[in-house]
Design a protein around this ligand. Structure first.
Ligand code: AMP
Ligand code: ZN
Length: 135
């Protein structure tokens, strides 16, 4: 997509600090890092959502994420990771090209867990939600 910043990175119109690359995916350092080594992994095909990929592409992307994690582990030796993506504006997605964030975590870094993203389960009970899945 011509006005997509990540497509511009793929087209080498915008520079990046590459961490890993294969035929399907590119991983580069986030330019506004929230952790030392904060990296984003993108499919080379422009898609907005994870479900826009077919299952073979999903596997390729997740394998790339694993390889990036291995590389970060060797280079920066973090004590843990948070891995995930923001999907659609309600999920905090700003760049509309699917990207999986990898946040290396370090003991005592002051960060939280993925549970700290949202704490608003509404007034509906877990039982009522479960009933919707059974309907
Ligand atoms: P989000 O869409 O909210 O999941 O996050 C988009 C991420 O892309 C942010 O963490 C930005 O810092 C990052 N970002 C935006 N432009 C660039 C760029 N040119 N190079 C590297 N990272 C970028
Ligand atoms: Zn794109």
């Amino acid at each position: 997509m011509s006005d997509c910043i990540f497509c511009k990175i793929l087209n080498k119109e915008v520079p990046n600090y590459t961490v890993y690359e294969d035929d399907f995916a590119l991983a580069f350092l986030d330019i506004f890092p929230h952790a030392k080594g904060h990296t984003v992994v993108i499919p080379k095909k422009h898609t907005e959502k994870f479900v826009d990929l077919n299952e073979d592409e999903m596997k390729k992307l997740i394998v790339a994420v694993k390889k990036v994690m291995d590389k970060i582990q060797i280079v920066l030796n973090p004590d843990g990771f948070n891995v995930g993506w923001n999907e659609r504006p309600a999920g905090g997605q700003v760049v509309p090209h699917l990207h999986i964030h990898i946040f290396p975590r370090y003991n005592g870094d002051g960060g939280g867990s993925v549970h700290s993203i949202i704490k608003n389960a509404g007034v509906i009970s877990v039982e009522e939600v479960a009933a919707k899945f059974r309907a």
